[in-house]
Write a protein that binds this ligand. Structure first.
Ligand SMILES: Nc1ncnc2c1ncn2[C@@H]1O[C@H](COP(=O)(O)OP(=O)(O)OP(=O)(O)O)[C@@H](O)[C@H]1O
Ligand SMILES: [Mg+2]
Length: 366
């Protein structure tokens, strides 16, 4: 017998007199039965749900989102992921950890069947723009669960007094539905309790957060992401069963990212290992999101300049701009030249004559 998670949730919902929870899990249960070929039983469940509900269930249920007490704004976003997810480029070790986590989510019912009820909580940490939010969406897509993202930054900036209440509402909302709760920018509420600059109220907020996580963790899926892992309270770390670092791309990943973000266009250096390696070296220290922007800017520039295909020189030029080097021709010409752009290409891209270029390089002692 599969689908034990759903059955447990339905029982829980019944005992808690939580109609929403019973309905949404019963519907999920019937959908899973249908996938298993048990159409008759699925129809029967669906009929009961339809008869007893006042309004359509499951996805529509997500429309009744929890709102902030004071501002009346939604405190969560709900995303149902489509199947065409953009590839995420990660170091092998990170990829393996994420895949293992997904596998354990997919086999959750089996674990419960064997009486093993391990919490499945994931903490993603690392510098901005390296893929934390993207990974959470990818996991939701792989497990076919809606991703409920809590808007934490807004939540804390609202009156602290109601923050604890807001947090509870978010957890309750997620607990009533089959979903993954995603606490993005997690540090906004999980700041160390002993931070001297923070008022006592924040300590209470963190405590209430910890309690909510504990109760929630027993039966639900929680993912959190932060750029500031050092700010996290050690007690928060302990709550996560899987902790994954999402670091900046190294040279191998940079090459993969360039290929990913240039995949829709033709470019003149795709088979040139040396040029690719030069780009990777120059982009070391950039995050994946910067590399994406850089690739897109290069494509734009190439189209505007009516290049037949995107040239290595155009990409280098964009890197030069991104790095914020001095805006003078001499430095730029010598940058392009040192990194393997021919004099004729430099002259094309900068609109200078070959003679001018040679002169600059001669003056530089090249
Ligand atoms: N590892 C990656 N592989 C491919 N694309 C990436 C990767 N990381 C980031 N990107 C691109 O950069 C954009 C921003 O990434 P994302 O929001 O996932 O980063 P983040 O780590 O959550 O950043 P922040 O800490 O600022 O929230 C994504 O839309 C994606 O297109
Ligand atoms: Mg993010």
């Amino acid at each position: 017998m599969y689908m034990r998670t759903e059955i447990l949730k339905i029982i829980e919902g019944g005992l808690e007199k939580n109609r929403d929870k019973v309905q949404s899990y019963a519907l999920l249960f019937s959908e899973k039965l249908r996938e298993e070929g048990e159409d008759k039983f699925a129809d029967r469940i669906k009929k009961i749900i339809d008869k007893k509900s006042v309004h359509p269930v499951y996805l529509d249920e997500f429309l009744s989102k929890p709102v902030d007490q004071d501002s009346r704004l939604d405190m969560v976003d709900v995303a149902i992921e489509s199947n065409n997810h953009k590839k995420i480029v990660l170091p092998e070790i990170t990829k393996v950890k994420v895949d293992n986590y997904i596998e354990s989510l997919k086999h959750r019912s089996k674990f419960i069947e064997l009486g093993i009820n391990l919490p499945e909580s994931l903490l993603l940490y690392g510098p901005p723009g390296c893929g934390k939010t993207s990974i959470a969406h990818y996991i939701a897509q792989q497990t076919q669960l809606p991703l409920v993202t809590a808007k934490l930054d807004g939540l804390v900036s609202s009156l602290l007094g109601s923050t604890a209440k807001n947090i509870r509402k978010i957890f309750e909302y997620a607990n009533e539905r089959p979903c993954i709760l995603f606490l993005d920018e997690f540090d906004a509420i999980a700041k160390a309790r002993n931070d001297e600059h923070e008022v006592g109220e924040l300590k209470r907020v963190v405590n209430s957060l910890l309690q909510n996580i504990d109760t929630f963790n027993e039966n639900n899926i929680l993912i959190a992401a932060t750029n500031h892992e050092k700010l996290l309270d050690p007690a928060v770390w302990r709550r996560f069963t899987t902790i994954v670092e999402v670091p900046k791309p190294r040279e191998a990943e940079i090459v993969e990212l360039i290929k990913l973000y240039l995949e829709t266009v033709k470019y003149d250096f795709d088979k040139d290992r040396k040029k690719m390696n030069t780009l990777a070296e120059l982009l070391l220290g950039f995050n994946a999101s910067d590399i994406k922007t850089l690739c897109f800017n290069s494509i734009k520039k190439s189209i505007i300049s009516e290049e037949k295909q995107l040239t290595y020189a155009t990409v280098l030029y964009q890197i030069y701009l991104h790095k914020g080097f001095k805006e003078d021709e001499i430095t730029l010409v010598s940058f392009l030249n040192t990194n393997g752009v021919s004099q004729s290409d430099i002259s094309k891209i900068l609109g200078l004559s070959r003679r001018q270029i040679r002169k600059v390089l001669d003056d530089q002692g090249e």
